[in-house]
Design a protein around this ligand. Structure first.
Ligand code: PHE
Length: 339
């Protein structure tokens, strides 16, 4: 197809040259005759469909535009992006640290469900039916049942002891970090919180192994060589004897210094696994013995990283997360401190 504008100028030029009748005739034959340029163009035009015309014009314009864009735009790969990274929540960070330290002490990580049977959460752990821990105000009951008893949201990570001992023969060395639930909500309690359980079962582990293990853990976790610790006699249905562990601290201005000082902070519960618990999971308590401990992850995080209000952990305030969270690219490392 000819360009119509070109054709127009061609016609004008030719008509300007009319000098006599002959030249007009020539012109008529060339442009207007049956086989003249205009007739031929008209025929070709008729054979083209409208779609074809639009498609070819669109393609032409698109490639022109692309050409223009390619010529005008450049990509500067040296510019930094303005994207900000998320942060690792202090709870996740502390769980990682705890796993790392106990991993170096040959513990493996066990898990259990958050909805537990009454049996695993209480009965198998030697917790009698009238124990205060079972009372309605402490325990969240759910609508499902097992063996005629309503299931519970586990009130501690100790039922993982039961599940693991039913699955695996001693020797056992495990920790079980996870969520736990109690019907409690104030400045120092949240209805959902985290614990880490520890369990060691073999033929000789005794109270001094328990003390040594916890001392290594706490010193490594708080990154201090000096750690005042005391074991206070206590009671848990599933351990005998039982103890609560306090660590010494002092205050410098607003800051807590862990390890030194005459003031005491309760940090965990522990004891030698009660023979009844071993018998409940078919382990011969004359042959095997061991220790268990349980501690609150939030508590560990608050003390190590100077976080003062427990409730802020679960507010999902991005400014808080940015302040107390850990960069995924720059995680404080304690790996290798246990040589
Ligand atoms: N389960 C106990 C609690 O929640 C802690 C604990 C665990 C104590 C293991 C002794 C042994 O308080």
């Amino acid at each position: 197809m000819k360009d119509f504008r070109e054709l127009e100028t061609e016609i004008k030029k030719a008509s300007d040259k009319f000098t006599n009748i002959e030249s007009i005739n020539e012109f008529r034959i060339k442009f207007l005759g049956k086989k003249g340029i205009i007739s031929l163009e008209m025929k070709e035009l008729a054979s083209l469909s409208g779609d074809e015309i639009i498609a070819s014009k669109t393609e032409e314009l698109n490639s022109e535009e692309l050409e223009k864009k390619l010529n005008s735009e450049t990509l500067d790969i040296t510019l930094s992006t303005s994207k900000s990274y998320g942060t690792i929540h202090p709870i996740s960070q502390v769980i990682e640290e705890v796993i790392t330290i106990f991993g170096d002490l040959d513990f493996f990580v066990a898990e259990g469900p958050e909805v537990e049977t009454d049996y695993n959460n209480f009965t198998a752990l030697n917790t009698s039916e009238h124990h205060p821990a079972r009372q309605m105000h402490d325990t969240f009951y759910v609508e499902t049942e097992t063996d005629g008893m309503p299931n519970v949201l586990r009130t501690h990570t100790s039922p993982v002891q039961i599940r693991s001992m039913l699955k695996q023969k001693p020797p056992i060395r495990l920790i079980a970090p996870g969520k736990t639930f109690r019907c409690d909500n104030d400045q120092t309690h949240s209805p959902m919180f985290h614990q880490v359980e520890g369990l060691v079962i073999d033929q000789e582990s005794n109270m001094s192994h328990l003390k040594g293990c916890l001392e290594i853990f706490l010193k490594t976790f708080f990154e201090t060589d000096k750690l005042n610790m005391r074991f206070r006699p206590s009671h848990f249905p599933f351990t005998e004897p039982s103890a609560e562990v306090d660590i010494g601290y002092t205050k410098k201005g607003n800051q807590l210094i862990i390890g030194e000082g005459e003031d005491w902070l309760e940090i965990l519960g522990c004891g030698m696994v009660h023979p009844n618990v071993l018998e409940n999971v078919n382990i011969n308590s004359n042959e095997y013995q061991g220790y268990a401990f349980g501690m609150g992850i939030e508590r560990l995080a608050m003390l190590k990283y100077g976080i003062s209000d427990l409730r802020t952990f679960f507010d999902s305030d991005l400014r808080w997360n940015k302040h107390y969270g850990f960069s995924p690219l720059n995680i404080p490392s304690i790996i290798g401190d246990l040589s």
